[in-house]
Design a protein around this ligand. Structure first.
Ligand code: SF4
Length: 192
């Protein structure tokens, strides 16, 4: 049975009551995070979409089916990993996050990462990839997704070593089925 981390529960309760940016007004449910509180792998995406906003769960719609297929291709299940977002509430119309929203919300994500201490952070999509790379002092390595997807960047910290792996967002395979093989190859990089 998986252990529940009380510090993550505190974050959950804070997010459920959060009004730090205007996105709380239009959310149905925030998407806080889901999965294993002791995960070696954390996947970070940009923000909830419409299905996730309705359910409160990450990757609940078509992109979620693609994500499940990708995880299965490397013998992982959702309960083996932890999935979360940079923004916990949905930007209306899936617009890009605004700077003030990022500044208000990302302390939750950074606390989640500090508590879970994953060995690997998989970044889903360019927005999440660039944000996480900047947080881990990899700004010099930031480039277009066609150049960095599937690459593994090792970051040595005093208390741990983390690998950052930028990945295309699974939704791209919903629009372009040819992308699924590229995504599967990139997910193999997570497991190396
Ligand atoms: Fe709070 Fe983040 Fe939701 Fe904004 S997006 S209301 S900061 S939880």
């Amino acid at each position: 049975m998986q252990q529940i981390n009380p510090q993550l529960r505190i974050i959950r309760d804070e997010v459920l009551g959060c009004t730090k940016c205007s996105l709380y007004k239009s959310r149905t449910y925030p998407v806080i995070g889901q999965g294993n509180h002791q995960a070696d792998i954390v996947l970070v995406a940009e923000a909830p979409g419409a299905n996730e906003n309705r359910s409160g769960r990450p990757f609940y719609g078509q992109a979620g089916k693609v994500l499940d297929e990708l995880l299965e291709s490397v013998n992982l299940k959702r309960e083996d990993i932890y999935i979360t977002n940079i923004l916990k509430c949905r930007p209306p119309g899936n617009r890009n996050p605004k700077l003030e929203e990022i500044q208000a919300c990302t302390p939750f994500l950074l606390r989640q990462l500090k508590i879970i201490q994953p060995r690997i952070v998989g970044c889903l999509g360019s927005f999440a990839s660039h944000f996480i790379m900047e947080q881990y002092s990899l700004s010099d390595c930031c480039a277009g997704m066609n150049q960095i997807h599937g690459k593994s960047f090792e970051v040595k910290r005093p208390d741990c070593t983390v690998r950052i792996v930028p990945l295309y967002h699974p939704a791209v395979a919903s629009y372009n089925p040819n992308m699924i093989e590229i995504l599967k190859n990139d997910f193999l990089s997570l497991m190396e």
